[in-house]
Design a protein around this ligand. Structure first.
Ligand code: ADP
Length: 302
């Protein structure tokens, strides 16, 4: 069942069309990614979903509600992660949790929430004294305090070091395990690939593809690449004659063989028959990065 339905959303800022006919549906219980480069229209899209902006046209339903008209009811359903700059510097962690609890009719037990986010020893600490990772965890706690069915996390891991980023990923998986549907806005490929059940790739205000990470990759390309150093020269024609092989290239002392199907078996068998050993052999599959380039014609700018 879809918890979010966005149909033909258009949002302009003056002459800039930030979102240009975006449609997607998020199913209950999934982690749905919105992936795209900076300026693609991701934040504008989720801000419309959150009821923070009015679409110029198109329709949005969140749990059957219209985010602009049913703002109060929406707040019980949807947890929104605050941007860092929206919290007063001197507010203590515990005070922030108390304050935000008071916004909801049936808030979660904030002490338990803080504990599960490893912030218990920071209850008396001012916001400005928290590390980047702790601030992010606090903003997640605040997003979850109303016991939402749905949480929108926008660029959650931007600015975090690799360890803090991995911790945030574990945390997102924990939140999903509690039954919360998650919309994750990101421009990190690895994050999208690791966490999302499905994702919408957005570029220049439009959805260019919606699928699982694996589906996006295979829709774009099912080619594989094998790279190795042959122990003796081998006639390329022996390899190009194989039905699995589409190309053979030399890269320094290495051969790069591209193809489909049982490529590895076909190539290694032929090499063995010709008494050639493949040293340093590596199989490379198309990545989500490659898929993104194929879909949008450029690399995402991390
Ligand atoms: P993303 O989240 O993918 O980086 P945004 O939704 O923030 O993209 O921005 C999409 C486009 O809209 C960009 O060209 C951006 O400069 C423009 N934009 C975003 N917010 C505003 C605003 N408040 N006023 C004017 N232009 C904006």
């Amino acid at each position: 069942m879809a918890i979010i339905e966005v149909d033909n959303l258009v949002k302009r800022y003056g002459d800039t069309t930030a979102v240009n006919g975006v449609s997607f549906a998020v199913e209950e219980g999934e982690i749905f990614g919105i992936l795209g480069p900076n300026g693609a229209g991701k934040t504008t899209t989720v801000e419309c979903v959150e009821g923070l902006r009015s679409p110029d046209s198109g329709t949005i339903r969140v749990g059957g509600l219209d985010p602009r008209r049913d703002e109060d009811k929406l707040r019980d359903l949807l947890g929104v992660q605050l941007q860092e700059s929206q919290l007063p510097e001197k507010l203590q962690v515990g005070e922030a949790m108390e304050l935000f609890s008071s916004f909801y009719r049936e808030p979660a037990d904030w002490r338990k929430l803080i504990e599960s986010l490893h912030l218990t020893d920071k209850v008396g600490t001012q916001f400005r004294r928290l590390s980047g990772g702790q601030k992010q965890r606090l903003s997640i706690a605040l997003a979850l305090i109303g016991n939402p069915k749905l949480a929108v996390l926008d660029e959650l891991t931007t600015g975090l070091d690799p360890q803090a980023r991995r911790d945030a990923w574990d945390l997102i998986e924990d939140i999903r395990a509690r039954g919360v549907t998650i919309v994750l806005v990101t421009h990190f490929m690895e994050e999208a690939e690791r966490l999302c059940d499905r994702l919408a790739v957005i570029d220049a205000g439009r959805v260019v593809a919606i699928d699982s990470p694996a589906g996006l990759v295979s829709a774009v390309d099912d080619r594989q690449r094998i790279r190795f150093r042959p122990s003796a020269p081998i006639d390329h024609a022996l390899l190009t004659a194989l039905p699995e092989v589409t190309a053979v290239e030399r890269a320094g002392s290495q051969l790069v063989v591209t193809g489909t199907g049982d490529l590895l078996l076909a190539v290694t068998t032929t090499l063995a028959r010709n008494k050639v050993v493949a040293a340093d052999l590596r199989v490379e599959q198309t990545s989500l990065d490659d898929a993104f380039v194929a879909l949008t014609g450029r690399k995402i700018d991390n």
